[in-house]
Design a protein around this ligand. Structure first.
Ligand SMILES: CC(C)(COP(=O)(O)OP(=O)(O)OC[C@H]1O[C@@H](n2cnc3c(N)ncnc32)[C@H](O)[C@@H]1OP(=O)(O)O)[C@@H](O)C(=O)NCCC(=O)NCCS
Length: 164
């Protein structure tokens, strides 16, 4: 059974969500420098960031994501900082719903959106491609401590052509 992205309620991340998100960071990004609860708290507090979550029926966080605005004014660029979905809740449209909300936030400012993703992370790359991102570069040895490479991906500003 699949659940369409529209069925997931995406809410602003709250302080009470942080402990669970930090546990998911460890589970999902063990080798790639998972963020601690205090690092996530700083991300949440930063003025030009937007962090969102999807909760399960029991109130537990199933997925979370964050984006930051770089600079200010019309056409300011944005950068996706993280997106993660609990393994047991993956492939139910939660990642797509979270990403859609991040892009809605970015589109309020009208600029392109960038992100880094592990070169072998086919699930995330496919998620991003379907949302209009394309690979524009490779960053060697980007993740630590793993030393894994990252693709830089870019989504053109809403309403404009891609560069490829
Ligand atoms: C990447 C991630 C966030 C996707 O979340 P998700 O809730 O499972 O994704 P969705 O169910 O919304 O999938 C949306 C689309 O993404 C693509 N996708 C998702 N998982 C995929 C997989 N394992 N293999 C191939 N494509 C996949 C598909 O196109 C999918 O659409 P479909 O189910 O209609 O085919 C999740 O796999 C995850 O948390 N991975 C570990 C953390 C991570 O790598 N985060 C990204 C860091 S850059």
């Amino acid at each position: 059974m699949t659940t369409r992205p529209d069925d997931h309620v995406v809410a602003a991340m709250a302080l009470r969500d942080l402990a669970r998100c930090a546990r998911l960071e460890i589970e999902l990004f063990t080798e790639d420098g998972p963020w601690s609860e205090s690092a996530l708290r700083s991300e949440l507090a930063a003025p030009h960031n937007r962090y969102v979550v999807v909760h399960g029926d029991d109130g537990e966080v199933l997925g979370y994501a964050g984006i930051g605005l770089l600079g200010s004014g019309e056409g300011a660029e944005s950068e996706i900082h993280t997106i993660g979905v609990a393994p047991a809740a993956q492939r139910r449209g939660i990642g797509a719903a979270l990403l859609r909300e991040l892009l809605r936030y970015a589109d309020e400012h009208g600029g392109p959106v960038f992100l880094e993703v592990r070169t072998g992370n086919d699930a995330a790359i496919e998620l991003y491609r379907r949302a209009g991102f394309e690979v524009v570069g490779t960053r060697k040895n980007y993740y630590q401590p793993s030393g894994a490479d990252a693709f830089t991906m870019r989504r053109a500003a809403a309403g404009t052509e891609t560069t490829a």
